[in-house]
Design a protein around this ligand. Structure first.
Ligand code: ADP
Ligand code: MG
Length: 328
């Protein structure tokens, strides 16, 4: 595209809340055949809240909530905020005489897993099954049942282990964005396929995907795993191995999926909001960050969706398609 066309399109995008960081992003966006979506905060609202509590010990609900909130108090994770918020609400409701959340020491964040710390002399773990099992905490069939029930309802189950035993659990729910389903089906009508990649568990991820109409899901994926997935789909969308090896002989740069993909006119977009998503946003041909997301994600992206509305994924691709077809 000519510099003028890029300027016009960038200005138009900005007025619609789509911040395009350069000519390259604009050029690549019309080639997008695959959009990979993060789940939490991208397809979902990103403000989970506790909808159920289960006790698996002699602890009272108040005690469990306090211990869990204490362990999560210093974490920035949306689940942590949900647990702390839940404690505060419980406190308001019953007016218990405990004014503040207990103190935590030896606090540690375990990305994609949970948090650990020491509360009132007890060792506390708050996180997923993989996390507590790594500390040799037994997850009983009763706990498994509760987890399965929650996950089938698209909820994420948060386990609380105290001194090596599961004391209780919470189920948190994070509703999908109201526009999500329509955007996925609109993309399909543009011959663009949508995929979900998330750090959350398979059952919850699958349930959310079903709600929004996404058929392909990759769950329990860490940040680098998300970037790896992008590369796989760059290859998949290119997809003709014979042609690829012929091209590699002619031009060694063709060994890089990004180069080959853009040369062949296909591109993969990633939409995400978290620190977790930044390697994938960089790896994608077009990285799109949710405006309400973390600064790290916004910096890593080529396009920022200021309004945090998924409809603007379509706006961006559309703008690129129109700009580039006008030039030809
Ligand atoms: P996503 O890709 O969905 O944004 P993350 O990679 O942040 O997810 O986390 C993956 C999973 O790790 C969460 O679904 C949750 O089970 C667990 N987890 C991470 N951080 C916390 C925390 N602070 N408290 C409880 N669970 C956590
Ligand atoms: Mg996220």
């Amino acid at each position: 595209a000519t510099p003028t066309a890029v300027m016009v399109a960038t200005g138009k995008g900005a007025s619609q809340g789509v911040l395009i960081k350069g000519g390259n992003a604009l050029e690549n966006a019309h080639k997008v055949k695959t959009v990979i979506f993060d789940k939490t905060g991208t397809l979902t609202v990103g403000k989970p809240h506790v909808v159920s509590t289960m006790i698996f010990s002699s602890m009272s609900i108040e005690e469990l909530c306090d211990i869990a909130a204490a362990a999560e108090a210093n974490s920035e994770h949306p689940i942590a905020k949900a647990v702390v918020e839940h404690y505060k609400k419980l406190h308001e409701k019953y007016g218990s005489n405990r004014e503040n959340i207990s103190e935590v020491s030896d606090f540690e964040v375990h990305p994609g897993l949970g948090v650990s710390g020491s509360v009132s002399g007890k060792v506390v773990l708050v996180g997923n099954k993989k996390f507590v099992q790594a500390y040799n905490v037994l997850v009983s069939p009763k706990v498994e049942d509760y987890m399965m029930e929650s996950e089938q309802l698209a909820r994420t189950c948060v386990l609380v282990a105290v001194d090596g035993m599961i004391a209780g659990a919470f189920a948190v729910t994070d509703p999908v964005k109201p526009e999500a389903e329509q955007v996925i089906s609109f993309l399909r009508s543009m011959s663009i396929s949508s995929i979900m990649v998330t750090g959350d568990n398979w059952a919850t991820a699958t349930a959310i995907a079903r709600e929004v109409g996404i058929e392909r899901v990759f769950a329990e994926t860490d940040p680098l795993g998300k970037a790896e997935k992008i590369k796989e789909f760059q290859w998949e969308s290119i997809n003709t191995s014979k042609e690829v090896s012929a091209l590699c002989i002619r031009d060694p740069r063709a060994a890089f999926p990004h180069f080959l993909g853009t040369m062949k006119g296909v591109a993969v977009a990633m939409v995400g909001d978290g620190i977790n998503d930044s390697p994938a946003l960089v790896a994608a041909d077009v990285g799109m960050a949710i405006g309400a997301g973390t600064d790290v994600a916004i910096e890593a992206a080529d396009i920022v969706l200021i309004k945090s509305n998924l409809e603007d994924v379509v706006t961006a691709i559309d703008l690129s398609r129109k700009t580039l077809s006008r030039i030809r």
